[in-house]
Design a protein around this ligand. Structure first.
Ligand SMILES: NC(=O)c1ccc[n+]([C@@H]2O[C@H](COP(=O)([O-])OP(=O)(O)OC[C@H]3O[C@@H](n4cnc5c(N)ncnc54)[C@H](OP(=O)(O)O)[C@@H]3O)[C@@H](O)[C@H]2O)c1
Length: 180
């Protein structure tokens, strides 16, 4: 059922404008993917500049209708608890394709549904990985990946930074400055 990654594979990234999503867009593009991102319209021009090939406004369009031809992989950074995106994403995967469900993980129901459709579903949990961080830092230093910082907060404003982040509609990253 599984298949190897091929250049030109179509990847759908939900919450493409967020802290994780804007890296996912750039890294997928660098790996040769055709990148489709979901985001509010105000983020579309920026995402196209970052390397997205198509953007879908999730407020006005159902991604299932907007992306046409189906995709080989979905990175879901929104989750079923918020918008049912993981379950809905199974419908747009090509046979053998993979859904990586980041915030909600993979429930037995989702796994079962994926199996019945002949696709894969996988959870993802960040783990400390020095080698990967070194490679990402190299790409950033080389200008191959850009980091969008929406706001820098001093440490005593950590609660405010958290509130901004928890709104769930930020662009890129929020930074806490520990020292001047
Ligand atoms: N499992 C792990 O190891 C791991 C690691 C990192 C993060 N996470 C989780 O992954 C998720 C993403 O993290 P993040 O830091 O990237 O979050 P974030 O920066 O807060 O994401 C904000 C983005 O989500 C977009 N968004 C909100 N609802 C959406 C929807 N229904 N469809 C499409 N886009 C939507 C917003 O777009 P608009 O502003 O355009 O509306 C905004 O750009 C979070 O739930 C986080 O907890 C898990």
């Amino acid at each position: 059922m599984s298949r190897a990654w091929n250049p030109g594979d179509r990847v759908l990234i939900h919450a493409a404008a967020g802290g994780v999503g804007h890296f996912a867009v750039q890294i997928a593009k660098q790996r040769g993917a055709w990148v489709i991102g979901t985001a509010s319209a105000r983020n579309h021009a920026w995402l196209l500049e970052l390397g997205a090939d198509e953007v879908v406004d999730y407020h006005t369009d159902r991604f299932e209708d907007a992306i046409g031809d189906g995709v080989h992989a979905v990175i879901d950074l929104v989750g079923d608890a918020v918008a049912d995106t993981s379950t809905r994403s199974l419908e747009v995967l090509h046979p053998g394709g993979i859904l990586v469900a980041v915030p909600s993980g993979v429930s037995p129901e989702l796994l079962d549904r994926a199996e019945k459709r002949g696709v894969r579903a996988s959870a993802f949990m960040v783990e400390p990985d020095g080698a990967a961080l070194t490679e990402i830092a190299r790409l950033i230093d080389a200008g191959a990946i850009s980091v969008y910082v929406e706001g820098v907060y001093p440490l005593h404003c950590a609660a405010e930074a958290h509130r901004r982040s928890e709104e769930g509609h930020g662009r890129g990253k929020v930074v806490l400055r520990v020292t001047e």
